[in-house]
Design a protein around this ligand. Structure first.
Ligand code: CO
Length: 134
């Protein structure tokens, strides 16, 4: 069911420093920082030949990654995103298999303007999973 790895998201306490690490030390192409208020994050996209890395920094008081950074102050991998062809069919299959879909189970429009869902880490090897309809 799952297809390509769309991105790996890394929560970072210092977005400028993380961007410099990817640009200057690792030699990657990085975007300008973009505020995504509806997601509670500021994001920098790192473009790799076969996937993307997203550097996430909290935006606003209710950011979904604030608690993560409280627990892991130096930052860390926050979620991985796999592509699916049909997010509604994917959701129905996962629910039928007993997996927990976060929120109300309805896809939301993600950082790339496409429908996304998040899956409970305890059902997936301790990793928060995002599904994006490619
Ligand atoms: Co993501």
């Amino acid at each position: 069911m799952i297809g390509r790895l769309n991105h790996v998201a890394i929560a970072v306490p210092d977005l400028a420093a993380a961007t410099a690490t990817y640009r200057d030390t690792l030699g990657a192409a990085v975007s300008a920082a973009q505020d995504l208020p509806e997601h509670g994050v500021t994001v920098v996209f790192v473009e790799l030949p076969n996937t993307k890395i997203e550097l996430l920094h909290p935006l606003g008081d209710t950011s979904p990654i604030s608690a993560f950074l409280t627990k892991t102050p130096s930052g860390g991998i926050h979620h991985i995103c796999y592509e699916v062809d049909d997010i509604g069919a994917a959701r129905d299959r996962l629910v039928q298999k007993g997996a927990r879909v976060l929120g109300d189970g309805q896809p939301k429009i993600g950082a790339h303007g496409k429908p996304v869902l998040f899956l409970h880490p305890k059902d997936f090897c301790g990793s928060l999973i995002e599904l994006e309809q490619a």
